[in-house]
Design a protein around this ligand. Structure first.
Ligand code: CP3
Length: 348
């Protein structure tokens, strides 16, 4: 198959499979979001963030906005990692200061959580079905969830953690209960991610946004086994599985033993150094420092070249080391996609 045919078929999926590509594929974490004026407009129309996530027509609209504006090689479902906790029985709101849940404080509250089945969160599944009708074959759809430990922190802290005292207190003073909670969350995520793939998601990413607060010893007990459980359960679905251990530099030797196809690396480590700690068949995604997008374009281009130079030639997907933030100018994001597609041709 010629490189051109591969491109038409799907540059992102081809790279995930380790096949030849004509240039490096790119998508960006939080590519739909507040830095885009068109997102702000749809968000105002929705009224609040949860309504935006759970109204399929509006979620489809914001998912497609960055695809049309930027020309990225994949779309990511517009939803949130906290929706499964809500469906498990935890009321959720989003405030100016971020998400708020009623924190789990007792064994009874943990036992009362429901385990999801794959047909739940029907609005999210409808969004996926509608998106697959709208997207061409060139732009695949990525589904996602949080990873088990990251969701445990939101469930136990009731908000974005700061010191993670409540979470760690649970791990160290009631480890059996922590394992029960992680088990319920993992089973729910497996069901929800299966539901996403059955509805049409063509790849999955697990966001482990708070795993960096765990020591390697604790990751071995409370982190990695549950990530592996989810990955193993999803393997038969046949879609590429991406794992993003944000801040997890010291965990990479263990991440290298997980059965993820692609590891997404944050900006703290060069891709070539990260690669040495992973399995030879694990691909890489990442890892430009997102706030470089605030600086001049010449500097951005020099740093894109550095990232490309440290990336593997096969099984590589360009991305940021974390998500786009509201301060970033859309024109710089457009320029980034153009740079990666242009400069990427000489490294594949
Ligand atoms: O474009 C995409 O990447 C897809 C959509 C997406 C969102 N959140 C939309 C969103 C994805 C993949 C997420 C994942 C997510 N959500 C994570 C993991 C990634 C990461 O950032 O580490 C986490 C930790 C959450 C939980 C969450 N959602 C927080 C802490 C917040 C508040 C902070 C903030 O940025 O406002 C959200 C809200 C949120 N999720 C917004 C968006 C676009 C902003 C909401 C708004 O419009 O006000």
């Amino acid at each position: 198959m010629s490189a051109h045919t591969v491109t038409r078929k799907n540059r992102f999926l081809a790279a995930c499979a380790g096949e030849a590509v004509d240039t490096v594929p790119i998508w960006l974490m939080r590519q739909a979001g507040r830095y885009l004026p068109e997102y702000q407009a749809t968000r105002r129309k929705a009224g609040d963030f949860l309504t935006l996530c759970t109204t399929p027509e509006l979620a489809v609209e914001v998912t497609l906005q960055p695809v049309h504006r930027l020309g990225v090689d994949a779309a990511i479902l517009f939803s949130d990692i906290l929706l499964p906790l809500r469906a498990m029985g935890m009321p959720l709101t989003f405030t100016e200061e971020g998400p708020r849940l009623e924190p789990l404080t007792s064994e009874a509250a943990i036992d009362a959580l429901r385990v999801l089945s794959s047909d739940e969160l029907p609005e999210v599944l409808t969004t996926i079905r509608l998106l697959r009708r709208e997207l061409t074959d060139v732009v695949p759809l990525i589904g996602f969830s949080g990873a088990p430990f990251t969701l445990l922190t939101y469930a136990v802290e009731g908000q974005t953690g700061k010191s993670f005292v409540r979470s760690k207190k649970l791990l160290y003073s009631q480890p059996a209960l922590a394992h029960r909670l992680l088990g319920k969350i993992s089973d729910s995520l497996i069901a929800h991610l299966e539901g996403q793939v059955k509805a049409g998601a063509q790849a999955l990413q697990l966001f482990d946004s708070w795993i960096g607060v765990l020591s390697p010893e604790d990751y071995a007990v409370f982190g990695a086994p549950y990530v592996e459980k989810v990955l193993t359960a999803l393997r038969p679905l046949g879609v590429p599985l991406i794992y993003f251990p944000l801040g997890g530099l010291s965990l990479l030797p263990q991440v290298g033993k997980l059965s993820a196809d692609i590891i997404s690396i944050d900006w703290r480590q060069s891709l070539s150094v990260a690669k040495q700690q992973l399995q030879s068949n694990q691909g890489l995604q990442g890892n430009l420092e997102p706030l470089l997008l605030l600086g001049p374009l010449a500097q951005l281009e020099a740093r894109v070249k550095q990232v490309l130079a440290s990336a593997p030639r096969r099984r590589y997907v360009f991305n940021l080391g974390h998500g786009l933030t509201p301060e970033i100018p859309p024109a710089h994001v457009e320029a980034l996609v153009e740079m990666v597609h242009r400069l990427g041709q000489s490294v594949v």
